[in-house]
Design a protein around this ligand. Structure first.
Ligand SMILES: CC(=O)CC(=O)SCCNC(=O)CCNC(=O)[C@H](O)C(C)(C)COP(=O)(O)OP(=O)(O)OC[C@H]1O[C@@H](n2cnc3c(N)ncnc32)[C@H](O)[C@@H]1OP(=O)(O)O
Ligand SMILES: NC(=O)C1=CN([C@@H]2O[C@H](COP(=O)(O)OP(=O)(O)OC[C@H]3O[C@@H](n4cnc5c(N)ncnc54)[C@H](OP(=O)(O)O)[C@@H]3O)[C@@H](O)[C@H]2O)C=CC1
Length: 293
C-alpha cells in the first residue's frame, strides 16, 4: 500500500538537497531537511531563502508564497524526526557507501508504508533498493541543477519498484511542476549518460592542449548555443560529482571510452571541486571567475 505524500524528508542539504526542499515547500509539502550538521542544514536553508527572495524579486512568486514555503521547512539533523514522513528523497554526496549507510539508518525509523527515493546522478537504483527493507517502494527521482529552474526530472524504477510507487512518484513530480522523462535503470540513466562524456571530453580537450578553459567554453557557448560552457558547467555541477558519474559509467559499462580524464582526477584530488569550493576550472574567489589553466 503506498501512502499519500504530504510530508517529505530531504537528506543532504547541499545544492541539490536544498533545491529539492525549495520546490517541495513551495508546492505545499511539509519538508524536513537533514544533513550531517546543523551548520550544513542552516546553510541549505539560507540558500533556499535567497533563491525564494530572488523569485519574489522577479515576480515569479508572491511574498506570501515565499513566507508560506519557509513556514513548511524544518530542520532534522536527528533522523528520528523523519519517523512520520511519507517520502524521503536522499540527496547526499554521490557515493554508494554513503547512500547505503543513510538508507540503513533510515529504514528502522520510517513508517512501513513510507517511500524511499534517491536523487543519485548515476548509481544503480536496483542495487541501492536491494540494501533496504522496501525495494518495492524505492525509486530514482533525479532532479536537474539548479532545481528551481530546470524542468526535467528523470524517473528511474529499480527492478523491484512497484507500479503504485511509480505512479505516486509521477504524481509527486507533477505536483512540484516538473516534467518526467522515464529512464531504465542502467549506469547514469539518460541525461548524464550523454552529458558527462561530453564534459569529460571537454576536459580531455583541455588536458591535451587543444584549447584553453576560456576558448573551450566560448566555443561551446557560441558554437553550440549551450547556456554554459562544459567546463563552467562541470564547476557548477561539482567536479567530485562529475568524477563519480564517469567512474560509474566506466565500471558499469566496462568501456574505456568512459575513462575519467586524468586532469579531472587531479582537480578532485586537489579539492578544487568547482563553485562549491570556490575553485575548479575557474577561480571564483574574486569579482569575476578567472580560469585556473
Ligand atoms: C549532474 C546531474 O546529475 C544532472 C544535472 O543537473 S546536469 C546539469 C543540468 N543543468 C544545466 O545544464 C544548466 C545549464 N545552465 C543554464 O541553464 C543556465 O546557465 C542557468 C539556468 C543555470 C542560469 O540561467 P542564466 O540566465 O543563464 O544565468 P543567470 O542570469 O545567472 O540566472 C538567471 C536566473 O536563474 C536563476 N538562477 C541562476 N542560478 C541559480 C541557482 N544556482 N539556483 C537557483 N536559481 C538560479 C536566478 O533566478 C537567476 O535570476 P537572476 O538574474 O535574478 O540572478
Ligand atoms: N550537482 C549536480 O548538478 C547534481 C547532483 N545530483 C546528485 O545529487 C546528490 C547531491 O549532489 P550535490 O547536492 O551536488 O552535492 P553537494 O556536495 O552539494 O551536497 C551533498 C551534501 O550531502 C551531505 N552529506 C554527505 N554525507 C552525508 C550523510 N551521511 N548524511 C547526510 N548528508 C550527507 C554533504 O555534507 P558534506 O559536504 O559535509 O559532506 C553535503 O552537504 C548526489 O547524489 C548527486 O549525484 C543530481 C543532479 C544534479
Amino acid at each position: 500500500m503506498v501512502v499519500e505524500i504530504k510530508k517529505i524528508g530531504v537528506i543532504g542539504s547541499g545544492q541539490m538537497g536544498s533545491g529539492i526542499a525549495h520546490v517541495c515547500a513551495l508546492s505545499g509539502f511539509d519538508v524536513s531537511l537533514s544533513d550531517l550538521s546543523m551548520d550544513r542544514i542552516e546553510s541549505g536553508l539560507a540558500s533556499i531563502n535567497g533563491n525564494l527572495a530572488r523569485q519574489v524579486q522577479k515576480g515569479q512568486i508572491t511574498e506570501e508564497e515565499r513566507s508560506a514555503a519557509l513556514g513548511r521547512l524544518s530542520m532534522a539533523q536527528d533522523l528520528d524526526l523523519l519517523a512520520d514522513v511519507d517520502l524521503v528523497i536522499e540527496s547526499a554526496v554521490e557515493n554508494e557507501q554513503v547512500k547505503r549507510k543513510i538508507f540503513a539508518q533510515l529504514c528502522p525509523i520510517l513508517k512501513p508504508e513510507a517511500m524511499l527515493a534517491t536523487n543519485t546522478s548515476s548509481i544503480s537504483i536496483t542495487r541501492l533498493a536491494a540494501t533496504t527493507d522496501r525495494p518495492e517502494r524505492f525509486i530514482g527521482i533525479h532532479f536537474m541543477n539548479p532545481v528551481p529552474l530546470m524542468e526535467l526530472v528523470e524517473l528511474v524504477r529499480g527492478i523491484a519498484t512497484e507500479d503504485e510507487t511509480f505512479e505516486a512518484a509521477k504524481g509527486f513530480v507533477k505536483t512540484v511542476g516538473k516534467t518526467v522523462a522515464v529512464a531504465e535503470d542502467f549506469p547514469a540513466f539518460m541525461v548524464n549518460r550523454i552529458l558527462l562524456p561530453m564534459i569529460n571530453e571537454a576536459i580531455y580537450t583541455l588536458y591535451e592542449g587543444v584549447g584553453s578553459v576560456e576558448s573551450i567554453d566560448t566555443a561551446m557557448r557560441l558554437g553550440a548555443n549551450h547556456p554554459m560552457g562544459p567546463l563552467q558547467l562541470a564547476d557548477f555541477i561539482g567536479l567530485d560529482t562529475c568524477l563519480s558519474i564517469m567512474q560509474v559509467l566506466y565500471e558499469g559499462l566496462a568501456d574505456t571510452k568512459y575513462r575519467p580524464c586524468p586532469l579531472l582526477v587531479k582537480y578532485v584530488e586537489a579539492g578544487w571541486l568547482g563553485r562549491k569550493t570556490h575553485r575548479g576550472f575557474y577561480d571564483y574567489r574574486g569579482d569575476e571567475p578567472v580560469p585556473t589553466r
